[in-house]
Ligand binder design. Structure first.
Ligand SMILES: [Zn+2]
Length: 240
């Protein structure tokens, strides 16, 4: 049982070290991720602008082509009108020309709309590209910062994690569940008794309980904070 208590305390020490290493990184990994997401979003919107610009240009070209064809048609109709022999045919050609002229006019206003839309899209695109460029610069700086911190902590973190894995093998599933539950709630799950008090919450531990804990033959938790109690002796014997 003493081994279990030592393992739990060692696990606690390793986890605390790991917490401290991760704290060094602070919000940086999160910040970098969020900036990266924003960058992806901006790139997506720039692409949307480009697609819309392309689509608008194609539609505009089609309309311009159609109008040119209609102008040619009108010219033909004019020629035909000179050759017709009756009013009915003449009027029919006039109507055809009117229809063509109307279409040309509506195309013109559509083309104007496309031109305006293209201007708006170009402005949005330039704006988005500016934001993307700025973000990329900031992102690069943050990435470098993070990389520096990672480089100095990586080795240490790796070795702590390897040792943590080894310690975990010494701990029963049931005890680990308890440990994890307290750790999640309190940060540290194991508290050595120091000066007759729980070092987790500083409340006095009853003398009888201190004696029981010293026997190292089962798990006791602090009646105030619920942390697993270990004797001072265990704490002294165990170090990273
Ligand atoms: Zn306590």
């Amino acid at each position: 049982m003493k081994n279990v208590l030592q393992s739990l305390y060692l696990l606690q020490l390793l986890d605390t070290e790991l917490d401290e290493l991760r704290e060094l990184r602070g919000d940086l990994p999160d910040t970098v991720n969020k900036m990266d997401e924003e960058r992806t979003m901006l790139i997506g919107r720039i692409e949307e602008c480009e697609q819309a610009l392309k689509k608008g240009a194609v539609e505009r070209q089609q309309m311009e082509k159609q109008s040119l064809e209609l102008i040619a048609k009108i010219d033909r109709y004019k020629g035909q009108q000179l050759e017709v022999t009756n009013n009915k045919e003449y009027d029919a050609l006039t109507r055809e020309m009117e229809t063509a002229e109307n279409t040309i006019m509506s195309n013109e206003s559509e083309i104007e709309r496309f031109i305006e839309q293209a201007e708006e899209l170009k402005t949005s695109k330039t704006d988005l590209e500016g934001r993307r460029d700025e973000l990329e610069k900031e992102l690069e700086v943050k990435r470098e910062e993070l990389e520096e911190i990672l480089a100095t902590t990586r080795e240490e973190e790796k070795s702590l994690e390897t040792r943590r894995e080894a310690v975990l093998k010494e701990i029963k599933e049931r005890d680990l569940v308890l440990y994890t539950r307290i750790r999640e709630a309190k940060g540290k799950a194991v508290a050595p008794i120091r000066r007759e008090s729980c070092s987790g919450c500083y409340n006095i531990v009853p003398p009888q309980l201190i004696l029981e804990v010293k026997k190292n033959d089962r798990l006791f938790t602090c009646e105030h904070c619920g942390r697993i109690l270990v004797s001072e002796e265990i704490a002294q014997e165990t170090s990273i």
